[in-house]
Design a protein around this ligand. Sequence first.
Ligand code: MN
Length: 285
Amino acid sequence: MRFCFFSDDRLGLVEGQAVRDVTAALNALPAARYPYPTHDVFIAGLSSIIERIRMIPDDGERLSLASVSLQCPVRNPGKLIAAPVNYTAHLKEAIADETTFSRAHVQRIQDTGLFLKATSSLIGSGSTIEVRQTGRRTDHEIELAVVIGSAGRDIARWRALEHVAGYCIGLDITMRGPEERSLRKSVDTYSVIGPWLVTADEFGDPAGRGVQLCVNGEARQLANTRDLILDVPALIAFASGFYTLHPGDVIFTGTPAGVGPIFAGDVIEAAIEGLGEFSIEVREG
Ligand code: MN
């Protein structure tokens, strides 16, 4: 199934080029009362939502996908985990360009580990990327984004995919420079997931998926998830050795080679095989 949030917090099921409004199914979620859970309630309740959708009548009415604005498919994630350099070809390009890639940040992922991006940086693909500090270089990074479905710590690699709710196309927008990654990659709007959430059962094996990013129609990044250094199960096992993973946590799996600068006025087109595609505008923030 493909879940989206659209317009003013409507829940939709994406079917081809159409959206079925299933907002009524959100009633399956528990009423909120402070203190709120620190995980994403929608993702935690996804199986109840799916059951409820089966019960609500389908009147056959559909909206055109092109007519709706897509919001972030995970609205309240507890954390955004991200993999630094996780494709060998991107490691090589980073090693070759000392001006852009600070030496402190160019190491094997097994040595660097993971980093966190602020959840306040997260937007959906219907929003706009707002570039800050325009005198500095800011880059696009397309990444397969994994949404955790069930909590776990010290998750074994062979059981890791059981903890996945679904997948999105992710953009880890990055200001280059010497500071910590968490600072440069947590700017408002610098984390994008979209266009919708494709459930794990529909998506299948996350390995062997074509990844493509274009800027203003020009191909910049072309890769395949089979070339990840730490693949999705390995990333889940690694991350869960440090923090408990909760429903709605998002793992950005790392970007392939071909990263490059973006500027106000650019349009980024991102596509991952089996997830669909989206385009998003860049403007000055
Ligand atoms: Mn990245």
